[in-house]
Design a protein around this ligand. Sequence first.
Ligand code: HEM
Length: 438
Amino acid sequence: MNTNETLGTETSGDSLSIPPGPNGLPLIGNTISFLHGGLDFADRLTEHGDVVRYTALGETFVVVSDPQLIESVLVSRNDEFWKGSFEVELGRLLAPNGLVFTEGEQWQTHRSLLQPEFTPERLRSHEASIRAVVSAAASEWSAEETIDLRTACSKLTLSILANTLFTIDLTTARGAVVREAASAIAARTDISRLTYIWPEWAPRTPTQRRFDRAMADLDELIEELICERRQTDTGDDLLGVLLSADAMDEDTVRDQLVTFLFAGHETTALALTYALWLLSGHPAVSERVRAERKTAPETVIKETLRLYPPTYLIYRETQHDVALGGYRISRGTTLQLPAYTVHRDPRWWNEPDAFVPDRWNETTDRPEYAYFPFGGGPRHCIGIRFAMTELNIALTELLQRLEFERITESLTPSPNALLEPGQVMMRVHQRAGDSRPT
Ligand code: HEM
């Protein structure tokens, strides 16, 4: 396949056809299948090929599932694409000046400013703090016996983030404000509910009203946090870097804080939820993690993120007409790179739906972008090392101290803003031999 295609001339571009796709209904296209089909809809699209076009919610989408083309979009031809209006709309709701949503010079300046907060040395300096938060959570969880793992992990990863990057205490009512905002954001941006595209002029829905209230409370909290920090000193954490940056106005500091609070806590909470749920169904793998004692095998984390990538879909938009995979895609089209589908594609993965951490020890000629839980290219996740360190410490510590027993026997994740498992109930027991107080 030619991965270095550009529309050199009008004529060569015109000779290409538009990508194939499912037939839709007049006017609404594939909107109904899109809204109700969930992950199955994305899966069914692959029957049409690796570059597939459909229309929904009045937009044209092109799903790109060939790893080489995904590499082109994210890495080698990234200058032909931008994050796009779909993401800008999300940014407008949450944090328009946050690192996830900006472009060009503003993005570059802020990425360079914040990158030093994620070096290996910086992460090593957070390890003790992460361990302490996880240890406190282990005691709390075993005292409760039955937990909703999804909520418990969210609380845990928020505390870790608050303690390390922002040096603030979010275990109090303040944490509840952030978690309610996260939950209201998830509901508001759930593309399977029409609230995501609800016109501004239409009466507010209950979901939108809840979102507005939650964001107002969050803004108040963030204002307080910034004000408190300004009264002490700037500190040498991420918040300190933001506050002492030249030319970063108050709104931008607020947007970066919101961005990191959400990009950094819900993604990792989901990864930890899925990992613990998978391990509880695979006692032999759990025993191996326990036997390692000091560090959880990276293979377990990688395999979890393969099966359940929290960011299951990456969006880009074409800057101009482009040729991709032999098709013509016009300027302004939204591309979707479906990590969930590609991570389970039988062309690249044996037993694609099975949890097999050992597959990561085998050498294969699988294309690099058959796996991209953290994206790729210049916009790859800035928090990869942070997430891997945090997941490693959390899994090691939690498995040393606790036994997990599934109450929720099966998961049907829903494709909201992130890949949500819903409620995951778990019985938790203190392990024999763990003498730490509950
Ligand atoms: C398992 C955990 C995580 C996953 C799966 C994940 C996934 C991703 C993905 C796929 C992207 C790229 C999105 C795109 O290209 O459109 C991204 C970007 C980003 N992530 Fe993460 N992430 C995780 C953890 C974190 C953490 C812990 C932080 C911060 C502490 C973080 C902060 C960010 C930021 C700020 C961006 C935007 C980077 C930029 O555009 O320059 N993420 N993440």
